[in-house]
Design a protein around this ligand. Structure first.
Ligand code: URA
Length: 261
């Protein structure tokens, strides 16, 4: 029987057992206590007894660890390595791949999305699913893209979270908090002329505010760059009527690039 299950399934199964009243894991394999002679049951339990298998995270300040790790990264290769060895975010256990970034880090625009979905998790690249294809078309409409030859027309793309949340659930505030130092260092290293925030989660991480319907289309200043919040392409897939506003924002981005250094 293949017992390989992913982290999130294992956790749900464990939580179910705890809910039923299990307080301790004693043996690796089930033991039928009705069939075995009493002495054997006792001996086996004593010889195999182990401490409870629930490994609790050590009492560390994950945000502080993240800040130190991110600060130590000299370039994108170092930052990627720092994320690969950062073990305080549970999302990492359930994800197939680290989704770090894509496009041209020399490009003038850096786009920050929310988190990888299923397609991104299997390919290890941000925005490759349906929302990503729409994003590519949106960028194409202003003659920009992630694989454009000239760096003046190219973009670099990353996400607030580099690991896929289970069932694409919203990131938890503590996950955003512990991954924001990496995002901030990412922006610092890429040093774009303009930052574009796709949706509420990236606005939360970079501007500390939500309310994308009010924020979108307005320019802010953060992390050393002009910042433009926009509707997330996944939202535009659900609400095509909002593409009107997205088009206005793309024109605003283009105009900003013509005036920004
Ligand atoms: N949505 C995001 O925010 N990021 C991705 O990489 C894909 C979908």
């Amino acid at each position: 029987m293949d017992l390989a299950i992913d982290h999130h399934t294992a956790r749900v199964l464990l939580e179910w057992q705890v809910e039923l009243g299990a307080t301790e894991a004693v043996l690796d394999a089930p033991l039928n206590r009705y069939e075995a002679p009493e002495k054997q049951v006792q001996d086996k339990a004593l010889s195999k007894a182990q401490p409870a298998t629930l490994v609790l995270a050590p009492e560390v300040d994950a945000v502080q660890v993240a800040r130190q790790a991110a600060r130590g990264a000299k370039d994108l290769v170092g930052l990627r390595a720092a994320l690969e060895t950062f073990d305080y975010c549970e999302l990492k256990l359930g994800a197939k791949k680290l989704v770090f970034g894509d496009g041209n880090p020399e490009g003038r625009v850096m786009i920050i999305g929310e988190a990888p979905g299923r397609d991104e998790d299997s390919q290890g690249r941000p925005f490759v699913g349906r929302a990503g294809q729409l994003l590519d078309r949106m960028l194409g409409s202003i003659n920009m893209g992630r694989s454009t030859q000239l760096s003046k027309d190219s973009v670099y793309i990353t996400n607030v979270l580099p690991w896929r949340p289970p069932q694409n659930r919203d990131p938890k505030p503590e996950e955003i908090a512990m991954l924001t130092p990496f995002l901030e260092r990412h922006v610092e290293i890429v040093a774009p002329d303009v930052l574009v925030l796709m949706g509420n989660i990236s606005c939360q991480a970079v501007l500390g505010r939500r309310g994308i319907s009010r924020l979108r289309g307005h320019w802010f200043e953060a992390l050393g760059s002009p910042v433009l919040p926009m509707f997330h392409p996944a939202f535009l897939l659900r609400r095509p009527a909002a593409k009107r506003e997205a088009w206005a924002d793309l024109l605003s981005l283009k105009a900003k690039l013509e005036t920004a250094v």
